[in-house]
Design a protein. Structure first.
Length: 101
């Protein structure tokens, strides 16, 4: 019983959040959606998580590691955190509602 819950939690934890940008909204018109994902997640994990969470059929997953960037505010220097991003293409005719309307 608890093992199933742990497995479900692990699957859902691969997706951190939807990545909402201007480019991501343009890709949504082409049945492609962008998510920030866990560093340890691979393409298969991401595909399973998206299928379970949104009830769609995933056709293709592309992954990008966004590197940390140096930033500066006056004399204060810092680093913008890096993250892993996945672009997921779903089956034609299927949609994912990311933005609340």
């Amino acid at each position: 019983h608890s093992r199933n819950n742990m497995a479900a939690l692990k699957i859902l934890s691969h997706i951190v959040s939807p990545h909402i940008t201007e480019k991501a909204t343009d890709l949504a018109a082409k049945n492609q959606y962008v998510f920030v994902v866990a560093r340890a997640a691979n393409k298969r994990d991401i595909a399973r998580s998206v299928e379970k969470m949104y009830g769609v059929n995933v056709r293709l997953v592309r992954i990008v590691n966004v590197h940390p960037k140096k930033m500066r505010l006056g004399r204060i220097q810092g680093v913008k955190k890096g993250y892993k991003k996945a672009m997921v293409k779903v089956k034609e005719g299927q949609k994912i509602e990311i933005l609340p309307t």
